[in-house]
Design a protein around this ligand. Structure first.
Ligand code: PBG
Length: 325
């Protein structure tokens, strides 16, 4: 009937913690975690974000202290989002050498010379309408936006970015950014593209954190439809062809099938982004005592790695280091 039993008894290898540890297939390591942070102009600021308890908007000085502590604990890669002083139709502060990200990059580069400083590259935090590019009527003008993204990438590299990470989802942006970086002598700066970025409701809390809610409409004319799976590979292949050195799948937990597909299909490192809404759900349930917060965090991160992510962008990064032996 069941000829394998009692010969096969999988429980044999689950008997003790040490044994389970020996046969564990997936482990987390601090080197694979990327910590996303929000910075805005000013001094001595640490403004809470209501929908992301425990996460703050920092000024450059407080951010430097915060990241120095994280770095000393073993988190050495950071993803930086800037909230500018002024927004306008063309998002000029994104590519202003004195813009908030450039100022912050120079400061962090001095303070943490070995840190991997990843500059998020998008116009949505910098435009007064909140869309990821320049508008033509009510839609984002793809090709005009490419020039501004390319210029932003160069300014970020000049200011000390280790990697630029375009998250706008314009067609052809990786190629445009690569060409601009190469022309300006930044051949060695890698591009980490948000290649499969879905138009997700899980970005909700981020809109408060980065102050980039679109003034009208939504991002569905440039971000991917959550219903599509094969299209993710198309996006990823295009970005790699154009020069992406690493690719991101985003969000993470609701898109593990995509993480798995992408990992199997490409030879570049794959990152997954556990986004603001994923963070907020765990925090909310955890704070209510409805879930064991720490176990759920570790389980989600382990699942994202198990699905194939080589690295994870997560707001839990500094806390998780303390939980990894
Ligand atoms: C925008 C950007 C977004 C996120 C990262 N970059 C929001 C969006 O596209 O609407 C979301 C990250 C998160 O939710 O944690 N360029």
């Amino acid at each position: 009937m069941f000829p394998s039993f009692p010969i096969e008894r999988p429980r044999r290898l689950r008997r003790t913690e040490v044994l389970r540890d020996l046969v564990r297939e997936t482990r987390l390591h601090p080197a694979e975690l990327i910590y996303p942070v929000f910075v805005k102009p000013g001094r001595d600021r640490q403004d809470p974000i209501q929908s992301m308890p425990g996460i703050f908007q920092w000024s450059p000085d407080t951010l430097e202290r915060h990241l120095t502590t994280a770095y000393q604990k073993g988190i050495k890669s950071f993803l930086l989002f800037g909230i500018p002083e002024h927004k306008d139709a063309r998002g000029s502060e994104a590519y202003d050498p004195q813009g908030i990200i450039q100022v912050t990059l120079r400061r962090l580069r001095d303070a943490l010379s070995d840190a991997v400083l990843i500059a998020d590259l998008c116009l949505c935090e910098y435009t007064d309408h909140g869309h990821c590019g320049v508008l033509k009527g009510e839609t984002v003008d793809n090709d005009v936006t490419l020039d501004l993204l390319a210029e932003t990438a160069v300014r970020q590299a000049e200011a000390g970015a280790s990697i630029v990470a375009p998250s706008d989802m314009m067609d052809g942006r990786v190629g445009a950014i690569r060409r601009a970086l190469d022309q300006q002598g930044f051949q060695d700066i890698p591009i980490m593209s948000y290649a499969a970025k879905y138009a997700s409701a899980f970005y909700g809390p981020f809109r408060e954190a980065a102050e980039n809610t679109p003034a009208f409409g939504d991002r569905r004319s440039y971000q991917m439809d959550p219903a599509n799976r094969r299209e993710a590979l198309k996006e990823v292949f295009l970005d790699i062809e154009e020069g992406a050195d690493l690719v991101i799948v985003k969000p993470a937990l609701p898109y593990l099938d995509i993480v798995s597909d992408v990992k199997a299909a490409v030879k570049v490192p794959v990152a997954a982004y556990q986004v603001s809404g994923e963070y907020a759900m765990i925090e909310a349930a955890g704070r209510n005592g409805w879930i064991d917060r720490r176990r759920v965090v570790m389980e989600t991160l382990t699942a994202i790695r198990r699905a194939g992510a080589d690295m994870i962008i997560t707001y839990f990064a500094p806390e998780v280091v303390d939980w990894i032996e």
